[in-house]
Design a protein around this ligand. Structure first.
Ligand SMILES: N[C@@H](CCC(=O)N[C@@H](CS)C(=O)NCC(=O)O)C(=O)O
Length: 204
């Protein structure tokens, strides 16, 4: 029997959790190898030999190939499992990919970026790019508009888009975002947490 996939990750990172939740939901066999970002464990010689970019998540497949970028790992896990997280229809599949690209381009840089600087580096607001708050809020408003019309980002079906976006959205308050302004997003977070069987985050 081939060795399971190894996933290097840190649970403080939404990018890493996306891959873990996709693997769990898809019943993929994998080994989670915990690294501590704050202790610099992604920059050791040993880890740089796996991912020269020094970032997690990183997956080492059974054949030894290395796969990086959270959303690429999620796609791989969905495609190699029996899960229905990635539709077969080309248009519907492209809709899921659209949200994955948007997440990395227009959501994660601002929402995860502010969260890391405020909650993990302890930086004051003045030390954080002032554009990030309005840009993060614009992303949340766009999601709220979509989720007023459907239960999930791609309509009635739960897909990789929801896993990718929920990771940092559910902890956006740690970056100074007020999720109560986005009730459709809050309701969707609860739906997705239930499907993923993960505990709700305390936001009060
Ligand atoms: N676009 C990449 C981002 C990866 C990334 O920024 N990883 C962060 C954690 S979220 C990291 O490894 N930081 C540690 C470092 O740069 O040393 C992805 O989606 O996987």
């Amino acid at each position: 029997m081939s060795a399971p996939i190894k996933i290097y990750g840190d649970p403080i990172s939404g990018n890493c959790l996306k891959t873990k939740w996709t693997a769990d939901y898809s019943h993929a066999e994998y080994e989670w190898i915990a690294l501590d970002i704050l202790k610099g464990e992604t920059r050791t010689e040993e880890f740089l030999a796996i991912n020269p970019f020094g970032q997690i998540p990183a997956a080492v497949l059974a054949d030894g190939h290395v796969l990086t970028q959270s959303n690429a790992i999620m796609v791989y896990l969905a495609e190699t499992s029996q899960s229905d997280l990635l539709p077969d229809d080309s248009y519907e599949r492209a809709q899921v990919l659209k949200w994955l690209f948007w997440e990395q381009n227009s959501h994660e840089p601002y929402i995860a970026g502010r969260r890391f600087r405020k909650s993990y580096l302890g930086l004051a607001d003045e030390k954080i790019d002032p554009e990030w708050l309005p840009r993060g809020n614009a992303a949340l408003a766009l999601m709220n508009g979509t989720l007023k019309k459907s239960d999930f980002l791609c309509g009635d079906n739960f897909t990789l888009a929801d896993i990718a976006l929920v990771a940092y959205t559910r902890v956006a308050h740690e970056g100074g975002f007020d999720l109560t302004q986005y009730p459709a997003v809050e309701a969707w977070i609860a739906r997705v947490e239930t499907l993923l069987k993960i505990d709700a985050v305390e936001r009060s």
